[in-house]
Write a protein that binds this ligand. Structure first.
Ligand code: FAD
Ligand code: DHB
Length: 383
């Protein structure tokens, strides 16, 4: 089979890229290791930047997002005894929207089916070949048949564990490990707060997020090698109630429907292009989740890449030549912001570190310039 662009990985980055290229009349084929059901059910991101929402709306993916997404003006920052609201709309004129990655993935899958764009799910032994000259991808399809797709361009949207990144010779990796992880919890209970709460606490960071008026999402800082079996539902609710405590406020509890431990790392692999192979999303970079940049960064990459490839297919290579450098500017901004949010909010080090964190938190809520810096980064620097 031959196509213009073969996309490895059908997570949000791959699905959205295929959608954006399709709108420009550019053909693509998606090759995904997992089943469609598995990809769609992965519970991950929940917060969308203003620019991500605008982009999704502008390409026909806004109907359910507008009906079911929850627009938030800002976030709450808290530490023992204090809770402060930062209003991003007042500070920088942009809001954020809570809408699960599962829902975006569903919307993109429906759009893909409607447009009849080809995708191979449950592909195994996915390999990239000859990426500098005449690229092609080989794999074994769901029926066990060997497949080969030739293309002008290969885009690796296959996340941190996929093969695409490894096809770039002499790639430079810069990374940071963190001495903690998150325990993520999904619960059937109405959110106890109007907007997200990020809480510093001596026991460790906690966060209250949500997915809908009936479903709440929580995160707790835990050890990187935490055994999830040690976290009964009772222990989770006690830890959340302690770390999120605030005078006159009660955390409502409910049935926990999912819990998992998520490792945290910062990771950037450069360059993001080698010959006719381009990388986008988690295939090139991972950020720790604090500040919710991962999915938004994947959207920013593919928005830039779709424009670059469209221009390139029409004879203008300038955007494609600049892709890696241009994308990496935003990647490093978001890498810095998520590292900064993570460092400010998680317990690590000694009491000296704790006092620095509390000083930074106080500064962030009391200085307009410090609050604006957080709001500008969190709500997303325009695409
Ligand atoms: P992925 O979603 O990882 O998709 C890659 C795809 O490639 C997968 O479907 C995978 O199966 C496929 N693949 C892998 N190997 C192969 C192979 N060999 N062949 C073919 N296909 C392959 N980000 C935010 O912006 N906001 C948030 O609020 C947020 N919260 C998060 C909370 C959690 C708990 C987690 C874990 C992440 C969160 N993130 C958040 C990050 C966000 O989920 C990721 O950055 C996002 O999924 C990246 O999308 P992607 O398409 O680049 O990669
Ligand atoms: C969510 C995750 C985040 O990492 C974050 O900063 C905000 C929200 C979420 O999953 O809802």
């Amino acid at each position: 089979m031959r196509t213009q662009v073969v996309i490895v990985g059908a997570g949000p980055a791959g699905l959205l890229l295929s959608h954006l290229l399709g709108l420009e009349g550019i053909d693509s084929v998606l090759v995904e290791r997992q089943t469609a059901e598995h990809v769609q059910a992965r519970i991950r991101a929940g917060m969308l930047e203003a620019g991500t929402v605008e982009l999704l709306r502008s390409v026909g993916l806004g109907d359910r997002l507008d009906a079911e997404g929850m627009e938030h003006r800002g976030i709450h920052l808290q530490w023992p005894g204090e809770r402060h609201h930062l209003d991003f709309v007042d500070l920088v004129g942009r809001s954020v929207t809570i809408y699960g990655q599962t829902e975006i993935t569903k919307d993109l899958m429906v759009a893909r089916e409607k447009a009849g764009r080809p995708a191979y799910y449950s592909a195994s032994d996915v390999s990239l070949h000859d990426v500098t000259d005449s690229p092609y991808v080989t794999f074994v399809d769901a029926d066990g048949a060997a497949q080969r797709v030739d293309a002008d361009v290969v885009v690796g949207c296959d996340g941190f564990h996929g093969p695409s990144r490894l096809s770039i010779p002499d790639a430079q990796v810069r990374e940071r490990a963190y001495p903690f992880a998150w325990l993520g919890v999904l619960a059937d209970v109405a959110p106890s707060a109007d907007e997200l709460i990020y809480a510093w606490h001596p026991d460790g960071f906690a966060m209250h997020s949500m997915r809908s008026p009936r479903v709440s999402r929580f995160y707790l800082q835990v050890a990187p090698d935490e055994d999830i079996a040690e976290w009964s539902d009772d222990r989770i609710w006690t830890a959340l109630s302690t770390r999120l405590a605030f005078s006159g406020w009660t955390l409502e509890t409910g049935t926990i429907t999912e819990k998992s431990v998520l490792p945290m790392r910062s990771f950037v692999s450069t360059p993001m292009r080698h010959g006719n192979l381009y990388l986008a999303g988690d295939a090139a970079h991972i950020v720790p989740p604090t500040g919710a940049k991962g999915l938004n960064l994947a959207v920013a990459d593919v928005s830039l890449l779709a424009r670059a490839l469209t221009a390139s297919f029409r004879g203008d290579d300038s955007l494609a030549s600049a892709y890696s450098e241009t994308a990496l500017r935003r990647v490093w901004r978001c890498t810095h912001f998520s590292w900064w949010m993570t460092s400010m909010l998680h317990r690590h080090g000694d009491d000296f570190d704790a006092q620095l964190q509390l000083s930074q938190l106080r500064r962030t809520v009391s200085s307009v310039s410090a609050a604006t810096e957080l709001a500008d980064n969190y709500s997303g620097i325009p695409l």
